[in-house]
Design a protein around this ligand. Structure first.
Ligand code: ATP
Ligand code: MG
Length: 169
């Protein structure tokens, strides 16, 4: 399964609705510094359900809303090759924000989106996406921390967690 289409609306530097089709195989996004390349990846992470603003290179989640617009929402749709389309929308409110998730246009819980992704081996917090600085960070880690990443990718840590839970019972 792969992403076939990204639709970005009022998210970060994308003040205008932007459609980015993705072909199968290897895709390269090039452009000058500050032109929004990393923001495209941020939009994917946002839609997949990353909840920490820092993980999206923003101080607060509401900073994801395009600053040049007078709308108070940002929205990203990600379409997959199996026809599923997930959407995340964030809305600025008087004292914070609301976050909405949709599966094929239907309002749902974030857990529903996460369950769909997990079914296809995609973990928003995992290493499906290597962020700027990650490589250096991984090199500077202790052997133990690096091993934890390998366990995570190999799916071993899930069983470690289950074992710990059952031992505690
Ligand atoms: P580099 O080559 O340096 O990595 P890049 O193409 O990855 O650059 P991004 O980090 O994606 O660039 O984009 C940075 C730009 O996005 C900055 O100009 C910043 O002002 C803009 N930006 C970030 N958040 C918002 C926002 N909420 N509204 C408008 N613009 C934003
Ligand atoms: Mg960048």
């Amino acid at each position: 399964m792969h992403i076939t289409l990204l639709e970005i609306d009022n998210f970060k530097s994308f003040g205008r609705k932007t459609k980015i089709p993705l072909e199968t195989g290897f895709t390269v996004i090039s452009g000058p510094n500050g032109s929004g390349k990393s923001n495209i990846l941020d939009s994917i992470l946002f839609a997949l359900g990353i909840t920490s603003a820092r993980g999206l290179r923003a101080e607060r989640l509401t900073d994801l809303i395009n600053t040049g617009s007078n709308k108070n929402t940002a929205e990203v749709h990600v379409s997959f090759s199996d026809g599923t389309r997930i959407t995340r929308r964030i809305k600025r409110t008087a004292n914070g924000y609301y976050s909405y998730n949709y599966l094929n246009g239907r309002l749902c819980k974030q857990g529903d989106v996460l369950a769909f992704l997990a079914n296809h081996g995609i973990k928003p917090q995992g290493y499906n996406i290597v962020m700027q600085g990650d490589v250096a960070r991984i090199m500077e880690m202790s052997d133990f921390e690096r091993r934890k990443i390998i366990d995570e990718i190999a799916g071993v840590s899930e069983f470690d967690l289950k074992r710990e839970q059952s031992m505690a019972e």
